[in-house]
Write a protein that binds this ligand. Structure first.
Ligand code: ZN
Length: 179
């Protein structure tokens, strides 16, 4: 009879039985159908699934599925079983309701925050309009005129002092005051 499992997998299962077979106290065969999904390193996985679904149901379910879907099915069963242990009445549905409530609460908070942002944007726009209006009504100070600033600078420049003193020297008007 041909074996579908590779030799390496067979070698590891021979060394230590899978978690399922160990818990069920049965001999773990080379082509154990539970071995690939319940490795000996994770005994809790099978304990949890076994407590809620039962070993025969797990095996039956896996046999009905193509190999490509079996790992997902096992993970789903383990998740559902842990939810059922945590919440015996609602199980997974309890988590779903709780998450749905959280989504609703957060959506409410988001809507409130968005309304607050809109309100603040309106207030900011109103404030800007008010500031612009105030500025437009204020009288323009004369200092802002560029040409008059330049003229002031020319009057106070050292060049102009020099030329005026030169003018005084030349005419000798101030000479009696210096002696
Ligand atoms: Zn096994």
């Amino acid at each position: 009879m041909e074996k579908s499992e590779p030799n390496t997998a067979a070698a590891t299962t021979a060394v230590s039985p899978c978690a399922a077979c160990k818990i069920l106290r049965r001999r773990c065969r080379e082509n154990c159908e539970l071995g690939p999904y319940f490795p000996p390193t994770e005994p809790l996985k099978f304990t949890i699934a076994h407590r809620i679904f039962g070993a025969s149901n797990i095996i039956k379910l896996l046999q009905d599925l193509p190999k490509s879907q079996r790992e997902d099915a096992v993970n789903s069963m383990v998740y559902e079983a842990s939810a059922r242990i945590r919440d015996p009445i609602y199980g997974c549905a309890g988590s779903i309701f709780q998450l749905q409530r959280q989504i609703n609460d957060l959506q409410g908070e988001l809507a409130k925050a968005q309304a607050e942002i809109l309100k603040m944007q309106c207030q900011q726009a109103n404030l800007m309009t008010l500031i612009c209006k105030e500025l437009a009504q204020m009288p323009q100070p004369p200092m802002y005129d560029h040409q008059s600033l330049n003229d002031n600078y020319n009057i106070a420049s050292p060049q102009s002092y020099h030329s005026s003193s030169y003018l005084f020297e030349d005419s000798n008007i101030l000479e009696p005051l210096w002696t």
